[in-house]
Design a protein around this ligand. Structure first.
Ligand code: APR
Ligand code: ZN
Length: 358
């Protein structure tokens, strides 16, 4: 039994508390967390968008050091620096066998409780990780080793925002050089999409947010234009895209209304990628005739539609050789005790990623 400390939610109330973890069992590892990002999906756990079980350890975008391994673990060893995967594939089901591990049949299943509060209450963990904590015990397949020179902060961001954003651009939308792009929502995920679109040679790259304060962040991440989401938005987007709408649009908010805006902002024959994770009850209405006649493609993108084990080492190498700069994604650093403030900021739409250093 080890003692860990983490950010625990009971509904919308967030507190930093000690809890107890069993040592790693067969196929499991214990990881000392070095850094964890605060992602909107964590906020969705506590603001009513999703309905998880409580008490819940928050956090699913993280990196750390393996400190113990249970029997049968061969893919990582104590001392390894690892990035955590919130949807580790089984490598055995129909989807994994056909090379689509991000759609693994085990993904999205509620995770078993892990650890207990000092009074014995079982704890639930966000997306199988619960990584806004000093330690986690997880299946070894939910960790991939990266070079020790990669900072914990950069490694953590690779594990959700960066993989999601780059994967949406490269794997789902397959953005080509010279294509026009519109990105809705400029948090860590949307800014990562902007950076990936820039790296793919797209242009113009139009960034859209409700908050005018996001302009500087969007431009620093690689956007060529910034628009505030208001009543004149559609006209402004057409003005920047030859009157037709964009070749490719991305929704990085997680709401039906912005999915509709992203859909309407694409040109005839354009591609619309839904990156945001919305609520089950938030229904997108599309005109049947428009869907047919516009010839647009509407696709969801789960976790970058990427093989985590292949893509994370590649992204890590790009950070280390200087071709991928993650600084534009991060606006705040915090300690674990300061992490509740990061959730408050995120719900006000302020800043982008907060990286919590453990
Ligand atoms: N139009 C445009 N932008 C909007 C709108 C809107 N109607 N409503 C909110 N936004 C902006 C916010 O101002 C904020 O800048 O969307 C951004 C969302 O950023 P974050 O809260 O930092 O979220 P992020 O972590 O980037 O995640 C985005 O991807 O993985 C999913 O669950 C996650 O659905 C969420 C999405
Ligand atoms: Zn996330």
């Amino acid at each position: 039994m080890t003692t860990a400390r983490g950010l625990i939610a009971r509904g919308s109330s967030l507190t930093v508390e000690d809890f107890l973890l069993d040592p790693p069992g067969e196929g499991e590892i214990e990881v000392e967390i070095g850094a964890a990002g605060v992602c909107h999906s964590d906020l969705s756990m506590v603001n009513g968008t999703l309905a998880p079980s409580f008490p819940l350890v928050l956090g699913h975008e993280a990196a750390g050091t393996v400190i113990a391994a249970g029997p049968g673990v061969t893919r990582v060893a104590p001392g390894d620096r690892v990035v955590l995967n919130w949807s580790p594939p089984c490598r055995d089901c129909w989807f994994c066998a056909r090379g689509e591990p991000w759609l693994c049949e085990t993904s999205g299943a509620p995770s078993a409780p892990r650890g207990t509060l000092p009074d014995g209450t079982p704890l639930h963990v966000t997306l199988g990780l619960g990584a806004l904590a000093t330690r986690v015990v997880i299946p070894a397949r939910a960790a991939v080793a990266v070079p020790a020179e990669l900072s914990f902060a950069d490694a953590a961001l690779l594990g959700c925002a960066v993989l999601t954003g780059f994967g949406a651009v490269r794997n789902t939308a397959r953005v080509a050089p010279g294509e026009s792009v519109v990105v809705f929502g400029l948090g860590g995920v949307g800014l990562s999409v902007v950076g990936a679109a820039r790296a793919a040679g797209a242009g113009p790259i139009v960034a859209v947010d409700v908050s005018p304060a996001k302009e500087a962040l969007a431009i620093a991440a690689g956007a060529t234009d910034f628009l505030v989401a208001d009543d004149a938005l559609s006209r402004a987007i057409r003005g920047l895209t030859g009157g037709r709408g964009a070749d490719v649009t991305f929704e990085c908010v997680g709401r039906a209304a912005t999915i509709r805006s992203a859909y309407r902002s694409a040109r005839r024959g354009g591609r619309v990628t839904v990156v945001g994770m919305g609520a089950r009850s938030d229904i997108v209405e599309l005109s049947a005739l428009e869907l047919f006649h516009s010839g647009r493609t509407l696709r969801g993108c789960v976790y970058g539609a990427a093989d985590f084990d292949v893509e994370i080492p590649r992204l890590a190498a790009a950070v280390l050789d200087g071709t991928l700069d993650l600084r534009p994604l991060v606006t705040h650093h915090a300690t674990l005790d300061e992490s509740p403030a990061a959730f408050a900021r995120m719900s006000r739409g302020e800043g982008a990623r907060t990286v919590v250093l453990l």
